[in-house]
Design a protein around this ligand. Structure first.
Ligand SMILES: [Zn+2]
Length: 428
């Protein structure tokens, strides 16, 4: 099957306090999205996320039409990498004759590891056992100069990336059996291409069933990481790795949450929205989608009347994490409790985060929108590179969210001494 043409790339812009920084990471899903519940995956891959669900959750299993390339719908459809259990990530450090790797290739590897595997362990409550593998510990030299691949921002898979994947497979071939891996990370030498301060080239080709086949395995899920996204703030050492969990989020089927306006839709509440600045977690919706929540940790508020729910902090394992209030078969409101802890390093206003999820909206177009409990407040954070306005978006006890058109009301009723919150969902 021929892959679809990747969509026009999205450019994300953001002005930091100290420097003007333009960043771009993009997802190009070339999955045909034919509507199969599970994809047939070759090699060691076990298919995309194993969603936990029960009959009571059926009204909350929203889905998008096949035309949506990368949808927030559940379960995830397409030939994405598995996001639970032990996941083997072939990681290659690649250089070129016109951009030779500087220093030890393993230093490049250690810009991202072990931080990335720890990030996934924490975010998944231990359900994603991420194993980076470096069977080639030196720079893997490509047969053509970097210039020849025509890599630029938003470059499609054809023809440059196809050539690059073929050349990587050929160069690595004698030492790598691609059947051993679920996804591929290509860590480019940082001097290939422009500085990330000018153009962020990092890109993932996910569920790309038309990709080259090596050792009988389709290389459908490959993340390419380019120049360091170092903004000069001195924070790169601790936060620079986070482009990789973002890009790997795509190989697990997660769409981009930033839009052409930057992080204004979701702020710093998900690494698919902002992958710079202080560490941040994934939304509870994404954790369910990735198979990291059990069915009994998710509640579906589909019935008329008033129902109360308890939510425990998303940062801690165990307990109820997500309430979803479906609007129709494609969208609804998600509720979760966000606090300082786990991967969330910059939460300045704990509380119930309320956001709309729309499975009909594609990656980069704003599939998720956070509702701000304190609009036009300018937020509460002083953490650099964190979207400010939505930093105080969570609802506190006593606050209410209303959607009069849908006749939905959400009251945050109380918080207890253990730090758990109670919410009441009323549907008329
Ligand atoms: Zn992205």
């Amino acid at each position: 099957m021929q892959p679809q043409s990747p969509r026009h790339p999205i450019r994300k812009r953001r002005v930091a306090a100290f420097a003007s920084v333009t960043m771009l990471t993009l997802a190009v899903s070339t999955s045909a999205g034919a509507g199969h519940l599970t994809a047939s995956v070759t090699g060691s891959g076990a298919g995309p996320a194993r969603l936990s669900f029960s009959p009571a959750l059926t009204p909350c299993m929203i889905s998008g039409s096949p035309a949506v390339q990368m949808s927030e719908g559940v379960p995830t459809r397409g030939a994405y990498a598995p996001s639970t259990g032990t996941v083997h990530a072939l990681t290659l450090m690649v250089d070129f004759s016109d951009a030779p790797g500087e220093g030890d290739a393993l230093d490049r590897f250690h810009e991202f590891f072990p931080q990335t595997q720890e990030w996934f362990r924490t975010a998944s409550y231990g359900r994603l056992d991420y194993r980076p593998a470096v069977p080639i510990r030196d720079w893997l030299r490509m047969p053509r100069p970097f210039e020849e691949y025509g890599v630029e921002r938003g470059a499609p898979f054809e023809p440059g990336y196809r050539q690059l994947v073929q050349d990587i497979a050929k160069a690595a071939g004698p030492k790598v059996d691609f059947r051993d891996y679920d996804l591929v990370n290509v860590l480019m030498t940082p001097n290939a291409g422009p500085s990330a301060l000018d153009t962020v080239l990092s890109v993932t080709f996910a569920a790309n069933t038309g990709a080259p086949v090596v050792n009988g395995v389709t290389l459908a899920n490959v993340s390419f990481i380019y120049s360091r996204q170092d903004d000069g703030s001195g924070s790169y050492e601790s936060t620079g790795y986070r482009v990789l969990p973002h890009e790997n989020g795509h190989v697990f089927g997660l769409p981009d949450l930033y839009t052409q306006e930057g992080g204004v839709a979701v702020g710093h509440w998900d690494i698919m929205s902002e992958d710079w600045g202080a560490n941040n977690d994934l939304l509870g919706w994404h954790k369910w989608k990735l198979g990291w929540l059990d069915a009994d940790q998710v509640s579906c508020a589909a019935k008329p009347g008033s129902t109360e729910y308890t939510l425990t902090p998303l940062a801690h394992a165990g307990g109820p994490k997500l309430v979803f209030v479906p609007l129709d078969r494609h969208s609804g409101y998600a509720l979760e409790l966000r606090t300082l802890g786990g991967n969330d390093e910059a939460v300045c206003q704990p509380g119930i985060l309320i956001y709309k999820v729309d499975a009909e909206v594609d990656t980069g177009q704003g599939p998720i929108t956070v509702h701000d409990a304190r609009p036009n407040s300018d937020g509460c954070t002083r953490s650099p590179n964190v979207q400010t306005e939505l930093s105080d978006a969570p609802f506190a006890p006593g606050q209410t969210f209303k959607d009069p058109k849908a006749r939905i009301r959400i009251d945050v009723t109380s918080a207890d001494l253990k730090g758990n919150y109670r919410v009441r969902v009323t549907r008329q």
